[in-house]
Design a protein around this ligand. Sequence first.
Ligand code: DAK
Length: 243
Amino acid sequence: MSYNTILVEVTDAVMTITINRPKQLNALNGETIAELSDAFKAGESNTAVRTIIITGEGEKAFVAGADIKEFAEFTVDQGRELSRSGHQNLFDLVEGLKTPVIAAINGYCLGGGLELAMACHIRSASDNAMMGLPEVSLGVIQGYGGTQRLTQLVGKGKALELIMTAGMMKAEEAKDWGLVNHVTFQNELMGMAEKMASRIAKNSPKAIGLAIEAVNAGQVDGVNGYNVEIEKFGEAFGTEDFT
Ligand code: DAK
């Protein structure tokens, strides 16, 4: 599939997906969400790809949110439906991918952009990155998993503070909060993400996929993560990688 709003490149077992709408600060519109969904699925099914890095084109933004022009006229039913399909087609897909996904956050990372970064397995940010959830300033709330994933990452008190103030925080503060794993200079961000990808690539892709499933299981209501770990631990013994 050829894409209009993203760039996809595979080099040395790393798929790099770049959201390519720099004039709109890489805001996520429906087309971008559909293309990202397709690219992530293609990455997971390509055994040559061991890690996926997602970033934004240009020096200003990772993603400045959902494209606010697209949902201005939405009804209650349309809002609910778009949220549901976004969860399924992109945000839950990324979180559940068996191939590790690193978000390289290179500037504004707002609203749906932060929700996308939070669905990734690892977040690295450049020192100019600004993170926030402006939704309540626009009269909506997070619709792509932000209320849940932010709470899991930083705890309820901090999550509510960021959501209710609709403010932005700098990369270093986001690191202090546990929202991002690493902060580096902008010109070193992709190198840092690639270094992480090559460290990951030394390990068993099957075991990594099983570990992702076990870690994610602990966040699902009604699922006992310890039991899932026991199952996945057992499964590992049946893989060629273990043999
Ligand atoms: N959507 C569309 N266009 C955007 C955009 C966005 N989120 N953010 C920036 N742009 C566009 C601007 O309109 C401008 O376009 P032109 O006027 O040049 O045509 C261009 O990008 C450059 O932006 P600025 O001129 O504003 O650049 P500045 O450096 O002055 O400011 C900024 C940068 C990031 C502070 C500012 O652009 C800004 O505040 N942007 C909006 C941030 C924002 O509110 N984002 C939305 C968060 S809410 C849903 C699920 C989820 C969501 C919604 C619905 N459903 C399931 C229905 C999620 C909502 C959100 O993400």
